[in-house]
Design a protein around this ligand. Structure first.
Ligand SMILES: Cc1cc2nc3c(=O)[nH]c(=O)nc-3n(C[C@H](O)[C@H](O)[C@H](O)COP(=O)(O)O)c2cc1C
Length: 175
């Protein structure tokens, strides 16, 4: 699949088929996504591929939505703050590394016929507690992954490009 096609066909899937995905396939995609760029090549993230019942159930508590239970696997993706490149003004780039990683992963999954959905609206405190995360790991997203239940790809709803794309300068009047 061409990259443009993967970008056009990726969407946030909230209903998965019961068909399992081989753990080896998930590991392969997660590994390939590690080819994404990162600030100073730090790769400041940690990824867990969750397929065991007990661990999946933690995700259902952290993000209590019935549809999440349809996903055969969920990735927990954390920014590793202690490893992030820090700019002179103090900005830690670990979450940027992590977001790029996730974006690559979602496109690779689409290319492989799988579907995903970024989830950030989870209970952060409970996530830290249930997965015993140290303070240096910032959970960035849960990413359910699996075969989509429906073959239809929803059309994208987006702002008009003229609202955010400019030439040479960014006007301040529309902020
Ligand atoms: C950083 C981020 C956080 C998101 N958090 C959630 C979430 O908690 N729950 C959810 O259902 N979708 C979540 N989404 C999915 C967005 O709602 C979705 O990407 C957006 O509506 C555009 O739709 P599309 O992904 O189908 O193109 C998130 C997406 C991003 C990039």
């Amino acid at each position: 699949m061409e990259l443009t096609k993967a970008i056009l066909e990726r969407y946030s899937c909230r209903s998965f088929s019961p068909q399992k995905v081989a753990v080896e396939k998930l590991q392969q995609l997660a590994t390939l996504a590690g080819g994404s760029p990162s600030a100073a090549n730090k790769q400041a993230y940690r990824v867990s591929i969750i397929t065991e019942k007990d661990e999946l159930e933690k995700c259902y508590l952290i993000y209590a939505r019935e549809w999440l239970k349809t996903a055969p696997a969920i990735m927990l993706i954390c920014a590793s703050l202690s490893e992030g490149w820090i700019r002179a003004d103090g900005k830690n780039h670990a979450e940027i590394d992590t977001s790029i990683y996730i974006d690559h992963l979602t496109l690779l999954a689409t290319d492989a016929g799988l579907a995903t959905c970024w989830i950030c609206n989870f209970n952060m405190e409970l996530c830290r507690k249930l997965f015993r995360l140290p303070s240096s790991l910032e959970p960035t997203a849960l990413l359910p992954i699996g075969f989509p239940k429906d073959a239809a790809i929803p059309s994208k709803k987006r702002k008009d490009v003229n609202e955010w794309l400019f030439a040479n300068q960014i006007p301040h009047d529309k902020l």
